[in-house]
Write a protein that binds this ligand. Sequence first.
Ligand SMILES: [Zn+2]
Length: 331
Amino acid sequence: MANRELVVLGTASQAPTRERNHNGYLLRWEDQGLLFDPGEGTQRQMLLAGVRASEISRICITHFHGDHCLGLPGVLQRLSLDRVAHEVTCYYPAEGQEFFWRLRHAAIFHDLATLREHPVGENAAGQDPAIEGPAGKGPAGKGPAGKGWVIGETAEFRLSAWPLSHRVPTIGYQLAEPDGRRMVPERLAALGISGPDVGRLAQQGWLDVGGQRVNVAEVSEPRLGQRFAFIMDTRMCEAVFAIAEGADLMVCEATFLDSDAALAPDYGHLTAIQAGQIAAESGVRTLVLAHFSQRYAHEDPRRFADEAGSVFGGEIVVAADLERVPVPRRR
Ligand SMILES: [Zn+2]
């Protein structure tokens, strides 16, 4: 099992189709499992996709339209049923607190799970540290600027949330691994460094070898941290570029095809071409298109890839339910 991969649980917006369940995406990232936007039926899709409730460590809700959250009651109750012992943090727009509580207490069950509620946004109690995205990208002045919050930080990654431009308060998410360094075996070998000395050198940043001090920079090279971006319901705005910047893997809504482009801003959505533009301008490597309108249920899904591909040269995946997409190998 790849230790960094996206498991697609559902890909339909608004109404499910015969082929597409409502939204749902699990990101496996080492020992973490981040569940994004569990729509209706997510619990069963998890079963079909081979995802256990105990894998979930964080739940990230973009907004409280039903296709993004009606699966939450089932998933939360399943955590209790399976007696998941670890804490699970739930992130969501602070303005939707009332909806979160309703979903959390939607039915009677023996509540054993340890949930940590983490509302996000200007109005959230206990403000998260603010961050800014790259300047000068996207339609300036349209929608929220590229400003977000760091909502979770571990030694392995930084999780941030950014306000998007939908019809209700909505946030997108970025998971970023810090840049690091990797040892170059040839350089180590040339200096005769091996075994436990390598760990010692990495830990203290230097090592004395035969009366000579070797710094870690001499035997290692920079290693770019990997990034994952998750953009759901939004119009084109500055914030999407902050989320997408340098993503190795990006899930982006592509509700409409270009033939219905006029509808996208009114409904607060993106077209496949716009998703491609965001990916192209942001240096994204693999673009996963998802959240398709049911109006295209009988269309060839490749149309989405063709339209996004007209402006984006990287890899494009038109997400299908139960598909797994590995985070691309490091650059
Ligand atoms: Zn939606």
